[in-house]
Every structure is written in structure tokens, then in C-alpha cells.
Design a protein around this ligand. Structure first.
Ligand code: HPA
Length: 283
């Protein structure tokens, strides 16, 4: 972020926070971000108040197909939630700071938990499209940092620690819940690639050498901003396709959406158990 923009950015956070706060009696416990093809969970939110991103003063605008762009406030599994149906991606042309503006708004409101979902390409030989993967760590070296520019001291320190971006206790809980439900939940490292083009087979071979299991075009910036602001983060990928070159077939967005939609019930089932069992994050 340019030096001159930081006051404007703070004001946008402030305006969005004020507006969202008008629809809230109490502070949500969890922000849940729904990835490509995973949007139908939003229909299950009870006492829902939906705000289109385009109506939220200060918010960026979503453009990607499969991302309709709504913030839904309400309850799911008896937890007070804010659900992002659609997120902001760098490949849409948004400045990096904008990708995490909703995260900042939630931090401003005092929301303690973040659950991220996404669609990702799988390169681990054990993965099949339709499988789920718990993100234990990430490689975001090719992502512009959402913390670049003057530090927002009110959220966190200039040089935040990244040894535990993804909450271990919540991750372990996710694995236990998956086991009880007999749902395959792999664990692995997610690598960010900016897109919008899919990766080349050579890029995927490189990432595989680095120990990466899944690749996608989101999540990392949000998780960084979450640790900076002290939120506890759980992240789950839906493996929608074999990453480029793994099986030799070309990739396309329609297949990604289709596999995402077919795995949706599974991820909803898993998340509902996790939400039912989660410790009180406000505690
Ligand atoms: N690469 C990057 N992002 C993705 C993929 C992929 O193979 N599948 C779904 N999102």
C-alpha cells in the first residue's frame, strides 16, 4: 500500500465496520470464507442478513465467475457467523490490501476465528479430485504481502511471526471430525500461485519438490492478515483437479466448479461437525 493510501484504507475499514455493525446485535465468533463452488452452505445460515459486497461501503467488488459476492450474517450450527460467499482474488486486479479488507473489518469488530475454504489442484500422489485437505502450512513466497506498506499498528506488529499461521488445535479437531465421519481429510502444504492461468507442469514439478501438496489462487493473503491481527485460522482445500501435468489432461474452470459442487456436501458435513465441536473461540 502506498503511504498516501493508508488513511483512506483505514477509513474504508471503518466505514464497512460501522455499516456491518448496524446489522449485528453481538459480535460473530467466526468468519467463514467459502471458496469456488462451495457457496451453498450460505443457504443454511439461520436468521440470515445478507449484504451484497456492492452495498457495503468501503468493500472491493467481486468479479470471478462462481463468486457472487455476499456477506451473510447469522447463525450456523448454533455459532454466530459471518459468511463470505465469494472472496477477492489478486488475479481480478485487486490491490493486495483489498484482498484482506474483509478480514480487517472482522478484526475491528472483534471476531476471533477464521475458517477458510478453497478449491485447489492436487499434486500429492495420494490425492484424488473430490478429496479434502487440511492446510497445515503454506508457501506464499510469490504473493505480494497484504502487510506491505505502513504497518497497521492497531491490528498487529510490523514483523509478525508465521510459525503457526494455521491453528493446531482446530486442525487436529478437523482431523478427528473427519475420521468420525469417515471422510478422507489429507494434511498438507498449500502453495499460492497468482493465476488466473493455471500452472505449467514444470511449475507443478517444482512445487512438488518443495513438499507442496495442493496449489491455488487464494487463501494465503487472508491467512497472513489473520495471524497479523491475532485470529485463529482453520483452512480446508477441496481438491478439485489433478494439478497440471499430473495426469496430462488440460484443466478448466468448469471442471473445477463441478468437482467443487459435488464435494460440497462432504465439506459441509465436515464443517458442521467441526463447528459443533469447536471450543468457544470467544473464551
Ligand atoms: N491451480 C490453481 N488453482 C486452482 C487449481 C489449480 O490446479 N484448481 C482449483 N484452483
Amino acid at each position: 500500500m502506498e503511504f498516501s493510501d493508508i488513511d483512506q484504507y483505514r477509513q474504508r475499514i471503518e466505514r464497512a465496520t460501522t455499516q456491518i455493525n448496524r446489522s449485528l446485535a453481538t459480535v460473530p465468533e467466526i468468519l467463514l470464507v467459502l471458496g469456488s463452488g462451495l457457496g451453498s452452505l450460505a443457504d443454511q445460515v439461520e436468521n440470515a442478513v445478507a449484504l451484497a459486497y456492492s452495498e457495503i461501503d468501503g468493500f472491493p467488488r467481486a468479479t470471478a465467475p462462481g463468486h457472487s459476492g455476499e456477506l451473510i450474517l447469522g447463525y450456523w450450527q448454533d455459532r454466530q457467523v459471518a459468511v463470505m460467499k465469494g472472496r477477492f482474488h489478486a488475479y481480478e486486479g485487486h490491490p493486495t490490501a483489498d484482498l484482506v479488507l474483509p478480514i480487517r473489518v472482522m478484526q475491528k469488530l472483534g471476531v476471533p476465528g477464521l475458517v477458510l475454504t478453497n478449491a485447489a489442484g492436487g499434486m500429492d500422489p495420494a490425492f484424488t479430485p473430490g478429496d479434502l485437505m487440511l492446510i497445515r502450512d503454506h508457501i506464499g513466497l510469490w504473493a505480494d504481502s497484504p502487510l506491505k506498506g505502513l504497518n497497521l499498528d492497531e491490528f498487529g506488529p510490523r514483523f509478525p511471526d508465521q510459525t503457526m499461521v494455521y491453528d493446531r488445535e482446530l486442525g487436529d479437531l478437523a482431523l478427528r471430525c473427519a475420521q468420525e465421519l469417515a471422510i478422507t481429510l489429507h494434511e498438507g502444504i498449500y502453495a499460492y500461485c497468482g493465476g488466473p492461468q493455471y500452472e505449467t507442469p514444470a511449475e507443478i514439478r517444482l512445487l512438488r519438490m518443495l513438499g507442496v501438496s495442493a496449489v491455488g489462487m487464494s487463501t494465503v493473503q487472508e491467512a497472513i492478515a489473520a495471524t497479523h491481527g491475532g485470529m485463529r485460522t482453520l483452512a480446508i482445500s477441496c481438491i478439485t483437479n489433478f494439478a497440471a501435468g499430473i495426469q496430462g489432461q488440460p484443466l478448466n474452470h468448469q471442471d473445477v466448479l463441478k468437482v467443487g459442487a459435488s464435494a460440497e456436501n462432504k465439506i459441509i458435513q465436515l464443517l458442521s461437525r467441526i463447528f459443533a465441536r469447536m471450543p468457544d473461540l470467544r473464551g
